[in-house]
Design a protein around this ligand. Structure first.
Ligand SMILES: NC(=O)C1=CN([C@@H]2O[C@H](COP(=O)(O)OP(=O)(O)OC[C@H]3O[C@@H](n4cnc5c(N)ncnc54)[C@H](OP(=O)(O)O)[C@@H]3O)[C@@H](O)[C@H]2O)[C@@H](O)CC1
Ligand SMILES: Nc1ncnc2c1ncn2[C@@H]1O[C@H](COP(=O)(O)OP(=O)(O)O)[C@@H](O)[C@H]1O
Ligand SMILES: [K+]
Length: 481
């Protein structure tokens, strides 16, 4: 697991570390790491370091101080460094002195645009973890002139450090170099951060338990169920899929197919699309109704079942079976409109809800808002369920407060039916007995890898994502071994 800490926790940890570290030492560690990355980017983009131009955007805090010190280090490699100070009178004094001593040039705000346009690399030291609200106008105006690669110091300015929300102009970085620990912005705003690198400044021992987590490939590989010598088709957990309808059989085919491909063992299907499902997946045992589906170790319910009486009865039935349930799509709408269906649920059996933003609003009465992690946590508490909040970044929260983020690889998953595939993956992992929070997180992880493998640079489809599930699992397992 990768730990992620909120800025409040980072600041407290930094204070403890600062108290036992010589003055300026942490910033020099941070800035040295930054300079190494800047040189690497120059070499990558221009083929050389010496003689290249770097322009620093320098705000009034320590984030600007990091940039100034990095500029001084880059001077040692004969880089032409210019610094645009947003508030010259409040620029980090030791950093500014170091840059001046090294031969760096200080450029006025008015002359800034022409230096930005002529540079090989921009280093964004406008704001870091103390950023509040949208970028101010003078900083935002500078960004309009950026066309070269951008290296963000700690985080891309203009993006909220704790939520990843963007409300106005913001830096779009090619690379972000952060210090001490990952912050929520790095998991929640991948399109603004670019590649994220962590420079160790010795903060880890001061940090304590993370606020948020991200699964490593190794975590997913370790969690993903694979059959052992003593397994048979029942012992690995049988998945039941209650999805689709005669009019909309596609959801059933996708959800059942994902369950087939996610794990070995057995998949049962119950609903009006039994013939179509059987036609696509001869290995699925398909019946017309949940009442004669047979025993399963987890149910996936909802995609394409409709929100009427029949859908409600199906949901109530599966909630009363005493096995984990993944309630997706129409099932989340039914729960929002008729919360009494949850009375059928045995409180000790796990429930995973997988809303997109619209379904979330139905469940909670208001949209997720800027703080999607807090939103998912509050829904998890309200429904005593694991809540997987879909979107570009997927957030998974458990009722006990655990939360993880799945950072996507591009946006190819934004295609019709892709959520049905995800629900089948979640159901298969629930049936295998995995902790429901981990099951939802691991499913989202493999889903997003399947999306990028299926797309490979061109639009794909839910069927394409489903087809790539085995390769995604294979890649997770091989990367981790
Ligand atoms: N502590 C440590 O040990 C280490 C810390 N490190 C580094 O320090 C960074 C944190 O530094 P920090 O706390 O000084 O604040 P920072 O993020 O630079 O912002 C400062 C000022 O920006 C302004 N401002 C705010 N919002 C704004 C907006 N929307 N638009 C425009 N301006 C805005 C506001 O100024 P004011 O309102 O006073 O004008 C605020 O005071 C951290 O991210 C890391 O890079 C590393 O060196 C490792 C060691
Ligand atoms: N812009 C995006 N970037 C990455 N993933 C996305 C994006 N938009 C949607 N997704 C993912 O695609 C899936 C869509 O699911 P859902 O909204 O239920 O669609 P459907 O009902 O068509 O199956 C979710 O896993 C969601 O997280
Ligand atoms: K920054």
């Amino acid at each position: 697991m990768q730990g992620i800490w909120t800025t409040e926790r980072i600041r407290a940890a930094e204070d403890r570390l600062l108290a036992v570290t010589p003055d300026g030492e942490l910033m020099r560690r941070a800035a040295f790491g930054l300079a190494v990355h800047a040189a690497e980017m120059l070499a990558e983009h221009t083929g050389s370091v010496s003689g290249r131009r770097v322009t620093l955007l320098v705000g009034s805090g320590n984030n600007g101080g990091d940039a100034l010190w990095a500029g001084a280090f880059l001077r040692r490699r004969n880089v032409a460094v210019s610094a645009i100070l947003l508030k010259p009178e409040r620029a980090h004094a030791p950093g500014l002195a170091a840059l001046k001593r090294s031969g760096g040039k200080i450029v006025s705000l008015e002359d800034g645009p022409q230096w930005i346009r002529r540079t090989d690399l921009v280093i964004d030291g406008i704001v870091g973890i103390s950023a509040r609200g949208p970028l101010r106008a003078d900083a935002a105006a500078l960004l309009e002139h950026v066309s070269s690669p951008v290296l963000a110091v700690d985080l891309p300015s203009g993006v909220d450090p704790d939520t990843g929300a963007v409300d106005g102009p913001a830096v779009v970085a090619d690379r972000t170099v952060t210090f001490g620990a990952l912050k929520p912005v790095h998991a929640l705003a991948p399109a603004f951060c670019g590649e994220v690198y962590l420079v160790d400044i010795g903060l880890r021992p001061e940090l304590g338990e993370p606020d948020l987590q991200r699964l490593d490939t190794a975590d997913v590989a370790a969690a993903w169920p694979v059959p052992g010598p003593d397994d048979d088709k029942y012992s690995q957990g049988v998945v039941g899929v209650a999805a689709g309808s005669a009019t909309y059989p596609g959801a059933a085919v996708l959800a059942a197919g994902a369950a087939v491909r996610a794990t070995s063992g057995l998949v049962r299907y119950a609903g009006h699309a039994a013939d179509v499902v059987r036609g696509h997946w001869p290995e699925v045992i398909a019946t017309g109704s949940v009442t004669d589906a047979g025993r399963v170790q987890a149910w996936v319910v909802g995609p394409g079942i409709g929100t009427g009486h029949e859908g409600r009865d199906v949901l109530r039935f599966v909630l009363g079976r005493g096995v984990p349930v993944c309630a997706d799509a129409d099932a989340t709408t039914i729960i929002a409109r008729s919360p009494d269906v949850l009375d059928a649920r045995d409180p000790d059996t796990p429930l995973v809800l997988t809303p997109h933003a619209g379904e979330f609003e139905r469940l909670m009465g208001s949209p997720p808002g800027a703080d999607r992690v807090a939103a998912a946590r509050s829904a998890a508490r309200k429904y005593d369920a694991v809540v997987l909040l879909k979107g570009h970044c997927t957030v998974v929260a458990a009722p006990d407060g655990r939360a993880l983020v799945n950072t996507p690889r591009g946006s190819w998953l934004a295609t019709a039916g892709s959520g049905d595939v995800l629900s089948g993956l979640v159901g298969a992992l629930l049936a295998s007995g995995l902790d429901p929070w981990l099951a939802a997180g691991a499913a989202a992880h493999v889903h997003s890898i399947a999306g990028s493998l299926a797309a490979d640079g061109a639009p794909t489809s839910a069927s394409g994502i489903l087809g790539a599930v085995p390769d995604a699992i294979r890649s997770v397992r091989s990367l981790a071994s």
